[in-house]
Write a protein that binds this ligand. Structure first.
Ligand code: GDP
Ligand code: IMO
Ligand code: MG
Length: 425
């Protein structure tokens, strides 16, 4: 049995797409269990670059089957567009992609409401959402008014969508926005429905049969633990459970069936959107990291905020997620720095704290306590073995292992498959 979860252990964009792709050389299935097309997972293979939003990153390895689990909110029209692009790039989908009949739908009114609600929040309290309709769709799910994939297969689906869209239009108008044209909306939805129908199935028995057959399953997290609706910097979070716990509810997998949990972190930290970020750098070093790391959102193109590695965040992710090993990403981005700082704890009102506070008001006032580590000032992106790394780079990795109490089993020094050091092999 080998069921592995890889989940983001910072604020998202850690490099999940790249590592899922690397791990698919030894996997039969890749399963997304939460989120939606707020995710943007980049995979670079040879000179080709793919950015996947809803489709699991395993779709690029032909031997892999992929599941969009029940825990996702699926933008019907967005997914059709994504599948069209994949087909154009000769990626086969038939009998490889399975969409849970229990997954909830994101429809155009969810996106419109996402934007309208962000506007209504005012400049200082915007969440900075991706405007993909994620919050409004999960709200409908919790409110028990959502439409699901299985509803698409019913004759009265368009009728039901029309009724709901009418009430959503009233909400849009109340928020000072234009209402959506119902005829256009229904035409687009109808077209998308026809395209997606062949992929919809009950993915729960599918995955349980795979487990009985001892297939290897990878669970691909989206976003990161600090954006988790329960554990993140609420309310500056997304609307789902992003960690290993999300697998049970988002894919129908019993918790004891998970054998391996890999946390994924950058060798520094980034965040896109609003909300507190204690180690954020607003100086030339932050700009340097952003430039060298090409830190622009894969979904929205927004610049990502950059800062130092935060061990309080990493240890918190380990505690909640049961992480037994790290995938440590983008070490190469730090290649030119003379000194690298690591936040070991926070200070507030003269007191040292090592645990993540629940209250945003407290978190906002936390200042990092740093340890300074000497940089290696040598290129690393050509390294394919641990031995090839500069001594000081090894020392930095060893320091992160010590301070987080968790070993680094995968080390990444560039966006491509080849720039990966697998220490277990
Ligand atoms: P995800 O959302 O976690 O899949 O991450 P994103 O794809 O949004 O962002 C990660 C970015 O870093 C992508 O552009 C990757 O191609 C790139 N990347 C991944 N690993 C490395 C690495 O080790 N070094 C460098 N320089 N870039 C990397
Ligand atoms: P991947 O899977 C980074 C952020 C948004 C915003 C907050 C809420 O590529 O790591 P939402 O649209 O979900 O309601 O936005 O969450 N966010 C992400 N940040 N990576 C992501 O996904 C993200 N998905 C959402 O910027 O701050
Ligand atoms: Mg991303």
């Amino acid at each position: 049995m080998s069921n592995t979860v890889l989940f983001g252990s910072q604020w998202g964009d850690e490099g999940k797409g790249k590592i899922i792709d690397v791990l698919t050389h030894d996997a039969d299935w890749v399963v997304r269990y939460q989120g939606g097309n707020n995710a943007g997972h980049t995979v670079e293979i040879g000179d080709q670059k793919f950015v996947l939003h809803l489709t699991p990153s395993g779709i690029l390895r032909e031997s892999c089957k992929c599941v969009i689990g029940n825990g996702l909110v699926v933008d019907l029209i967005g997914l059709c567009e994504e599948l069209r692009e994949l087909r154009e790039r000769h990626i086969p989908l038939e009998n490889r992609l399975f969409i849970s009949d229990r997954a909830h739908l994101v429809l155009p009114y969810h996106q419109a409401l996402d934007g309208a609600k962000e506007n209504a929040r005012g400049e200082n309290s915007k969440i900075g959402t991706t405007k993909r309709g994620i919050g409004p769709a999960y709200s409908d799910k919790a409110e028990r008014t959502g439409l699901r994939m299985c509803d698409l297969l019913e004759d009265d689906f368009l009728e039901r969508a029309k009724t709901i869209a009418t009430t959503k239009n009233n909400q849009l108008v109340a928020l000072g926005q234009d209402s959506l044209d119902l005829n256009n909306l229904l035409t687009d939805v109808k077209e998308a429905t026809e395209q997606l129908k062949p992929f919809i199935t009950d993915t729960i028995p599918l995955l349980h049969t795979a487990m009985q057959n001892n297939d290897k399953i990878l669970f691909e997290g989206a976003q990161g633990i600090m954006l988790d609706i329960d554990f993140g910097t609420y309310p500056y979070v997304t609307s789902s459970n992003t960690g290993a716990g999300g697998v049970a509810s988002g894919a129908g997998i019993p918790p004891q069936s998970i054998d391996r949990v890999i946390g994924i972190v950058k060798a520094y930290t980034t965040r896109v959107g609003g909300g507190p970020f204690p180690t954020e750098l607003t100086d030339a070093t932050g700009e340097h990291i952003a430039r060298v790391g090409a830190e622009f959102g894969a979904t929205t193109g927004r610049p990502r905020r950059c800062g130092w590695f935060d061990a309080v965040v990493a240890r918190y992710a380990c505690m909640i997620g049961g992480i037994s090993e790290w995938a440590l990403m983008k070490l190469d981005v730090l290649d030119n720095l003379e000194t690298i700082r690591v936040c070991t704890a926070y200070e507030i009102d003269g007191k040292r704290i090592e645990q993540m506070p629940a209250s945003l008001r407290i978190f906002e006032r936390c200042t990092p306590i740093y340890e300074d580590i000497p940089g290696w000032q040598t290129p690393t992106t050509h390294c394919t073995t641990w031995e090839e790394l500069p001594e000081k780079a090894k020392e930095y990795v060893a320091y992160l292992e010590r301070i987080t109490g968790t070993p680094v089993s995968i080390l990444s020094v560039g966006p491509k498959r080849a720039s990966t050091i697998l220490r277990s092999e």
